[in-house]
Design a protein around this ligand. Sequence first.
Ligand code: ASP
Length: 340
Amino acid sequence: MGRIVVISTGGTIASRWQGAGFAADAHGREVMATAAVPEGVSVEIVDLFSVNSPRLTTHHQLTLLHTVHEVLADPGVDGIVVTHGTDTLEESAFLVDLHHDDPRPVVFTGAQLPLDAADGDGPGNLHDALLTAATTRGLGVLVAFDGKVHPARGTVKTQTLAADAFADPSGDRIGNIGFGRVSVLRQPQRPVALALPAVPGAAPRVDMVMHHADADPLLLNAAVDAGAQGIVLVATGAGNATPEIVEAVASATSRGVLVALTTRVQAGPVTEIYTHGGAVDLVAAGAVPTGTLRAGQARIAVLSALLATTDPRERDRVLRHALGEAVTADDRPAAELVQA
Ligand code: ASP
């Protein structure tokens, strides 16, 4: 069925007991040895790193993105599986998806139970990811987990411990895995891929600030003072905060900081309904609403816009494009910022 390259990055699927807790330390070969390989599939392993995903940096994520592109430069490769920690899997998968312009799949997977667990979920997830990589086409970057296939865009970790750890709370999954096959239920909506960014010496700083009752603009202003070029405001409800935070957002955007507006609510879109500090005013102050994308993926969209160009107007366009906004001809990012 195909030649699949497994890129191993660590996570619980590669974690063992360290005396005081679990941590990633296994190589890709050891992770791969736990799983059954679907018939007709041949596997090659790229050992990229072995870290738990809360420790990943932008540099790690861009290294992974470039590795995916290098692997796919070989026309003999049929697909890629990335083994990854589940904590920030949604961020890395979305980054790769934003820049993925190839019918061959890149399938992320991981585990909730460690490498040596007798009843672990890693081996089954890895088998399913290999099957998905070998038998699907044209679906973009995917997450295969607990017998389900999700599109990278919109999918988040929804369970801290349970095996059924991923879903898009605002959307549907793409497929199911069972009885040796993948059933594809729908085609995901994906904007034209962004051009591959260079790996900068120092990645732009993109901070997240969460709103809550009694919050003031101190942390948002501190992010700007710390040199943030992008900020994700994780607002309440459909995207609301306070008049003082609106003022801080206006001041940040007037200084060229890209501000994205998402919500701490699990599902549903950010929507301009309320004034007096609500989304109506935050958007008027220059914040870009992120639809149904949640904080981690909103941050990746901001990061990709910052990496694409230094031009503030183009950054705004690239961000809206990455968020999947329907853009008019006038609002399209410059041709060199998207893949042909
Ligand atoms: N709990 C995480 C995992 O599933 C730890 C990590 O993200 O590395 O892998």
